[in-house]
Design a protein around this ligand. Structure first.
Ligand code: A3P
Ligand code: MG
Ligand code: MG
Length: 369
């Protein structure tokens, strides 16, 4: 049997009105604490409070408390959270696809991004496709990225530049709402040790075209407080750093980045992105608040030719429809797009079982249900 292939090109066929999308609704959440230990609560939720401009984003790099990424976490935390929710509700969630938000971001940006490629593992269980990142390929592409960055002339190592993003989060967040933290805490944020171990992750039900999705992903901060009504929109904030825009080339780069910012935030229903612009030397010089929903429109108005939001949605819708008919049998499958390729291949790598995608705990829970 030949390998099923979904053609990305020609992308013109995804043009036109957008397929229906469901507004993402959070139905569960979890936190990783400062040791990256899992908790079924919102203890790592953070509040946004504007940082001081002029801060040096490299400050404290030597004390960075960095999460060890050499451990493959699979879908474990997401599955735990889903199982706990199902236990409360007494029934299974209705998603056709369960995955991390990051996987969906890669799929949805595929028509306009062919540089990196991707590899994911997938398995069908009880009429739902579970998709995880392929750990080996993730490590490999990270190494490639770091190599490329090292090849560029610059004052700062890729590690320091990655630190800037986390430092910006530390400078922009509070562990409690404003008013419940001391002035001293707010003013001393520049002295705090930066860590990327703690996270708050939102688990949402959303939909693209005919596919119902359950996505888990980190949200950086909240503006005010969570609404009391379940499923109501939440004023999440996504924090991003970006180089100051100094010329047309800088503008083009930023507009391309906006596509990723938009997809990432759109998928979890994050309404606002706060961009911290930084100088070449890593000094925070400007803040800009961007409404997620305004990004596609602004891009279209400015005549940005490099990407189009409706095409991302229509592509994802068609691809997910195809995926549901292709992954129709037990075992472990691979979803692969090679860098530069105009197609996504899906093929079986294990005839039976669910590999390491599903935990025993999750399978046992579902058998009981
Ligand atoms: P920036 O996005 O400001 O660069 P996120 O924005 O998704 O909340 O991620 C927080 C930070 O993690 C990023 O800040 C960046 O520093 C780092 N990061 C996330 N994804 C990355 C990737 N693919 N490669 C390198 N660094 C990444
Ligand atoms: Mg984040
Ligand atoms: Mg962020």
């Amino acid at each position: 049997m030949s390998t099923p292939v979904f053609d990305i090109q020609p992308i013109g066929r995804f043009n036109g009105e957008s397929e229906p999308v469901k507004r993402p609704k959070e139905f569960a959440y979890f936190s990783y604490d400062e040791k990256h230990e899992f908790h079924l609560d919102d203890s790592s939720l953070q509040w946004y409070y504007p940082p001081r401009l002029g801060a040096d984003l490299s400050k404290g790099f030597d004390k960075f408390d960095k999460h060890d990424e050499s451990i493959d976490e699979h879908l474990d935390s997401l599955l735990k959270t889903i199982a706990a929710h199902e236990q409360d509700e007494g029934k299974k969630i209705d998603a056709n696809v369960v995955t991390w938000r990051g996987m969906m971001t890669k799929m949805m940006s595929a028509p306009f991004e062919d540089r990196d490629g991707f590899e994911m593992n997938a398995t069908l269980y009880q009429d739902c496709i579970f998709i995880e990142d392929n750990y080996e390929s993730k490590q490999f592409s990270k190494e490639q990225q770091t190599k490329q960055q090292r090849g560029r002339r610059g004052q700062f190592s890729p590690e320091v530049m990655t630190y800037w993003g986390y430092k910006f989060e530390t400078l922009s967040c509070l562990p409690q709402p404003w008013g419940e933290v001391s002035r001293e805490y707010i003013e001393n944020r520049d002295e705090h040790i930066v860590s990327n171990k703690a996270q708050y992750c939102s688990v949402v039900r959303t939909g693209i075209g005919k596919t119902v999705l359950c996505l888990g992903g980190e949200v950086d901060a909240i503006w005010d407080s969570k609404p009391t009504q379940k499923g109501a929109p939440i004023n999440w904030i996504e924090l991003k750093t970006s180089a100051e825009i100094r010329d047309d080339r800088g503008m083009n780069n930023f507009e391309r980045k906006l596509m990723k910012f938009w997809i990432q935030s759109f998928l979890l229903g994050v309404p606002k992105i706060v961009v911290g612009f930084r100088s070449q030397g890593g000094i925070l010089t400007k803040l800009e608040e961007i409404q997620t929903a305004s990004i596609p429109e602004t891009a279209a108005k400015r005549g940005v030719r490099s990407w189009n939001a409706n095409m991302c949605i229509n592509f994802a819708s068609a691809f997910l429809d195809w995926l549901k008919t292709t992954i129709n049998d037990e075992g472990v499958w691979k979803i692969r797009r090679r860098a530069g390729s105009s197609a996504i291949e899906v093929f079986k790598v294990e005839e039976v079982g669910h590999g390491s995608i599903l935990t025993e705990e999750f399978i046992n829970w579902r058998i009981k249900l």
